[in-house]
Write a protein that binds this ligand. Structure first.
Ligand code: HEC
Length: 91
């Protein structure tokens, strides 16, 4: 599992640069991401502050890349939903 995560993260890292995060779902909408968090993630994770502090990465771009790889297999397979969640969570 960990190796797969790493490989996915690495692939994303070489195909996008830190300045312009390219997400398949296009630029996300943080307000829609907040709504999606409430309906999809809150029941397991509680308030989003708790999850934010556990997202690996020093910059928003790094967090976005990690989330894109992770959430693609964790309750946010849909590209648009994932982009919105990333806009809300990766800051
Ligand atoms: C059914 C419960 C459940 C739902 C729904 C769920 N998660 Fe999780 N999530 C978990 C569990 C359990 C873990 C820790 C184990 C793992 O890595 O899979 C986790 C791990 C994570 C992590 C890694 C950091 C950590 O705390 O380990 C992130 C980030 C995350 N979830 C975000 C989300 C987001 C965003 C959503 C909504 C799209 C979501 N999760 C939906 C149960 C859930």
């Amino acid at each position: 599992m960990r190796v797969l995560f790493f490989a996915a993260t690495l692939t994303l890292a070489v195909t996008s640069n830190a300045e312009s995060q390219e997400l398949k779902g296009g630029p996300g909408d943080a307000a829609r991401g907040e709504q999606a968090y409430q309906t999809t993630c809150l029941r397991c994770h509680g308030p989003s502050q708790r999850i934010r502090s556990r997202i690996p990465g020093d910059t928003a771009a790094e967090k976005a890349r990690w989330l894109d790889a992770f959430l693609g297999r964790h309750y946010a397979e849909d590209d648009k939903l994932r982009a919105d969640l990333i806009a809300f969570l990766a800051q």
